[in-house]
Design a protein around this ligand. Structure first.
Ligand SMILES: [Fe+2]
Length: 357
């Protein structure tokens, strides 16, 4: 019997279900409770990857996968409750990519968009549509949908970055496809290094600029500037968000919205001794500690984190942050998608605490 066949103790209903099954019909009244629940549901579970524990595997992959395949030498961060689904939450993918000294990850382009948070690098660089960008720890790099991107690394030691893609969401919609670079040059020709930042990185736009894509035209958001922005705001405004401390979103300067239509990125500064208010959102979050030490209480579990650790907070999980030292937490999320679709909700304080028991 088909496992999707509706069951009933009522003989009349059971007979009806048998007869409609051949026509690929199913009674909603038998499924509605699992299809639409009282609150947001997720298959994902909270989890923390301690960077120092997994770094040896990331580096070891450098000896297992050849330099020619460096563009796919990534260890996926799979949610423990969704193993095999190739995702960290329902709509988000994340992984750790390693590029060894002297290697070049060959350019390609694909329909899914990517964010890249640099974790470990001395002289790594990326090329986005032919524009070279340096990659230093804490930098956010954008590889928007269908932009050529490849990476290289001249310096000693491995280059490690955390990638985030919208692959699960795009896969759900259907159009996941890619194209390798087959030109005669290592990277496509493009604008000179620093061009996108010079045009768009000063909170101004060139006069009469007309956007050509729904993605940010800035390819690199340097950590030095992000860090300074957060510290400046903390200095002039003593009011801190009770849940987040000082948290700012990386934006597309053309829209003031998220950097990519499907992925939102943030950095937050929490002072030493910060004890945040509980909150939860319909969106899912993946955090990476760029600097600092603390813990995040997710539901009824405590996750201690230090520099370079990564942890995931699935949708609607109440969580709050505490710090021992001044901390900078990077995060990415599907928040922007939820907002565009009118699905975004959040709870704070007692309302969020009430979900824990
Ligand atoms: Fe890629």
């Amino acid at each position: 019997m088909d496992e999707t066949f509706a069951q009933s103790d009522n003989p009349e209903k059971a007979d009806f279900y048998r007869r409609i099954d051949d026509d690929n019909l199913y009674p909603v009244w038998e499924a509605v409770k699992e299809m639409i629940t009282k609150g947001p549901q997720t298959d994902a579970q909270p989890h923390l990857w301690r960077f120092d524990d997994i770094r040896p595997f990331v580096v070891e992959s450098g000896g297992l996968v050849s330099g020619e395949d460096a563009e796919r030498r990534t260890l996926m961060l799979e949610n423990p409750a969704m193993r095999g689904k190739r995702c960290i939450t329902e709509a988000l993918y994340s992984g750790l990519q390693c590029i060894m000294p002297g290697e070049i990850a060959e350019p390609h382009r694909h329909t899914p968009s990517a964010l890249r948070m640099v974790i470990e690098s001395e002289t790594g660089y990326t090329s986005v549509n032919g524009e070279r960008c340096a990659m230093a720890p804490g930098d956010l790099i954008l590889n928007p949908s269908w932009t050529w991107h490849g990476h290289g690394h001249d310096g000693p030691g491995p280059h490690i970055s955390m990638t985030c893609l919208d692959v699960p969401l795009v896969r759900f919609l259907g159009p996941v496809f890619a194209e390798p670079w087959t030109g005669n040059t290592v990277f496509p020709d493009g604008n000179p290094e620093g061009d996108s930042h010079a045009r768009f990185g000063a909170n101004m736009l060139p006069m009469d600029h007309a956007p050509t894509a729904p993605t940010s035209p800035i390819f690199r958001y340097p950590y030095s500037e992000t860090r300074d922005a957060l510290l400046r705001l903390a200095e002039v405004d003593s009011h801190q968000d009770p849940s987040h401390g000082v948290k700012m979103e990386y934006i597309n300067p053309e829209t003031a919205g998220p950097v990519l239509p499907t992925l939102s990125a943030f950095m937050q500064l929490m002072p030493a001794g910060f004890c945040g208010q509980t909150h939860c959102t319909t969106a899912a979050w993946v955090y990476h500690a760029v600097e600092g030490q603390g813990r995040t209480i997710i539901g009824d579990a405590t996750f201690e984190w230090g520099p370079r650790d990564i942890f995931v907070v699935p949708a609607w999980y109440p969580h709050r942050h505490e710090t021992d030292t001044q901390s900078f937490l990077y995060s990415f999320s599907d928040k922007g998608v939820h907002q565009k679709l009118g699905l975004y909700r959040e709870l704070r304080g007692e309302e969020a605490d009430a979900l824990i028991s």
